[in-house]
Design a binder for this molecule. Structure first.
Ligand code: ATP
Ligand code: MG
Ligand code: MG
Length: 551
């Protein structure tokens, strides 16, 4: 894959290597908190960290930032591991911040011994009050000047479980008047009487994110700690902690802008609301921007990596067009997806002059340009299905499909002419009676007459039935939160359409979720990994024509 023009992080790393910083080594990390599923925004960070590592012959760690016992779950850990692998990145043995709990505790003791941390007995709301505001400096805690011995004793008792949650915290002693609120004696440890998914009940004090993160980076020997812009204000704290403590190295934190995409929402917390309030059918709902949802929808890892490369890395927040993501997928699938025929809204066609019990075999290409993708056999008989949309009783002149007396080409088969229409009592067209021209096998007339339209079809006597889901965008507006509206109000009520008795070419009976197919003239579809038994198909990208009709 091509990597786009050099971005600023790449330039920094190049410069560091040139100056032989870190002995010219590069070690990055992707540090998810296992409190939810990864979304496409995380893919930006994953691609950046793994690409920088491989570009400079380094490594990238997958480290779970699992210091908050009440939020982390094993299912998230499992999902994150398999998602990073699926995206195509190798991370060796995953690492866990919780594996560093002993050493993090020792670092905290070291800070106390240096007189740079103290046990504070203010309650949470008092701490907030003492912290001050953007315009007002904070006030020192009355517990700030406790002796080192008292702090050590109290911290040990916190660790031994002698205090309730919220009674005491351990705080770094920095500067309550700092213009940067993160430096106003941040809490670095708190009591939490909660079981941790990995350390069980071994601990009842847990380190805060800012303390855990920089030290985990340093203990692993990370050279470049790449994170999103919201951590810019935390960098002084990151550096303060590493300057105060003796650590193996002092990684360089570099911030970049988060990914935002229009017509969707990239925040674990907000995605959680969509799931919990049942606006979607779970974390892997194909309409969600979660990577599991996108995988189920039929997104390929290549298309996601390409998208991340194209949008690049910068320091400026922006909103990327969903159309770009979709076109990355379409470009990839256009190359790879085998072509098949499927009829979503079937209309029966009887070919009256075709022999009653004949079934012919025809050869169809699996890809219009790529010969190496081969061919397959499809069958043709007296009864077939075509798309309801491909027939009009009173068609305008420019409608090059079926209408009374009109001739059309059946893809790979014959030219057929519509002779008659069968209607039900309500007046709906339920069947077409056609004739075929036996001289036109393969689609060309020996007399050279021009037939403009070619339509897809499936053979009635051996096709399979399937339920097909057509997905549209989850939100109606580009910015689902414009004018401060609740994004729930902006959900697109037509984001999912289910079609019950679609008719598909029989070869699709063998389809597995790993392969995305193009249904000729319709769009891209794949079997739903969640409901393989019933052979449901998920639509990736209903063709634009359909989408316009719908909107
Ligand atoms: P969210 O805000 O959606 O809950 P998060 O930032 O809390 O996500 P983490 O598990 O903490 O999720 O993120 C792991 C890494 O992924 C972090 O380094 C974070 O900066 C990065 N990341 C998360 N969302 C994005 C995004 N939209 N664009 C780029 N990087 C992101
Ligand atoms: Mg988070
Ligand atoms: Mg975050």
């Amino acid at each position: 894959e091509e990597i786009k023009k050099t971005h600023f992080i790449e330039s920094i790393i190049k410069e560091d290597i040139k100056n032989n910083k870190n002995n010219g080594q590069v070690l990055t990390r992707f540090p998810p908190e296992p409190n939810g599923y990864l979304h496409i925004g995380h893919a930006k960070s994953i691609c950046l960290n793994f690409n920088m590592a491989s570009q400079f012959n380094g490594k990238c760690n997958l480290r779970f930032d699992d210091s908050n016992p009440t939020k982390e779950k094993q299912v998230y850990i499992d999902s994150i591991k398999s998602t990073v692998s699926w995206l195509g990145f190798e991370f060796g043995t995953p690492l866990f911040a919780s594996d560093y709990f002993d050493r993090l505790h020792d670092f905290a003791v070291q800070l106390i011994k240096k007189g740079k941390a103290y046990v504070c007995s203010l309650k949470a709301d008092e701490i907030r009050e003492y912290r001050g505001t953007l315009t007002e400096p904070g006030k020192n805690s009355p517990y700030r000047d406790r002796s080192i011995e008292e702090n050590l004793r109290l911290f040990a008792r916190m660790k031994n479980g002698e205090f309730d949650e919220g009674e005491h915290t351990l705080r770094a002693k920095i500067d309550m008047a700092s213009p940067n609120i993160n430096l106003r004696d941040p809490i670095i440890y708190r009591v939490k009487k909660a079981s941790h998914p990995r350390t069980g009940d071994q601990w009842c004090i847990y380190p805060m994110y800012d303390f855990t993160h920089c030290l985990s980076d340093a203990m692993e020997g990370i050279t470049h700690s790449l994170c999103s812009l919201e951590f810019e204000d935390h960098r002084p704290l990151y550096d303060w902690i590493l300057d105060e403590l003796e650590t193996p190295c002092h990684p360089r934190q570099i911030e970049f802008a988060r990914m935002n995409i229009n017509f969707t929402i990239l925040s674990k917390r907000k995605l959680q609301r969509l799931v919990e309030e049942n606006h979607v059918q779970g974390w892997d709902d194909p309409r969600l921007p979660t990577l599991e949802g996108m995988k189920r929808r039929g997104y390929t890892p290549e298309s996601i990596r390409k998208f991340c490369n194209i949008i690049g890395i910068s320091k400026k927040d922006s909103r990327i067009d969903m159309g770009l993501l979709e076109s990355c997928l379409r470009d990839d699938l256009n190359e790879k997806a085998p072509r098949v025929m499927g009829v979503l809204r079937p209309l029966k066609v009887t070919i009256e002059n075709y022999p009653d019990d004949l079934t012919e075999e025809l050869v169809a290409k699996n890809h219009p340009q790529k010969e190496e993708m081969g061919t397959r056999t499809i069958t043709f008989s007296k009864t077939i299905y075509v798309e309801q949309d491909d027939f009009m009783e009173n068609p305008p002149k420019k409608f090059f499909r079926l209408g009374p007396g009109r001739e059309v080409r059946l893809r790979y088969a014959y030219l057929v002419t519509c002779k008659d229409i069968v209607k039900d009592e309500a007046g709906n067209v339920i069947e077409l009676i056609c004739t075929y021209d036996p001289q036109t096998k393969g689609g060309n007339a020996p007399d050279g007459r021009k037939v403009k339209g070619t339509i897809h079809w499936v053979n009635a006597n051996d096709c399979i039935e399937a339920k097909v889901r057509l997905y549209d965008r989850l939100f109606k507006d580009e910015n689902p939160e414009q004018d401060k509206q609740d994004f729930i109000e902006n959900l697109n009520p037509h984001s999912l359409e289910e079609l019950e008795s679609c008719k598909l070419e029989k070869i699709l009976a063998l389809a597995t979720p790993e392969t995305v197919y193009q249904f000729e003239r319709l769009g891209y579809f794949c079997p739903d990994s969640k409901s393989m038994d019933s052979k449901d198909m998920d639509a990736k990208d209903p063709d634009s024509e359909n989408q316009n009709n719908k909107n």
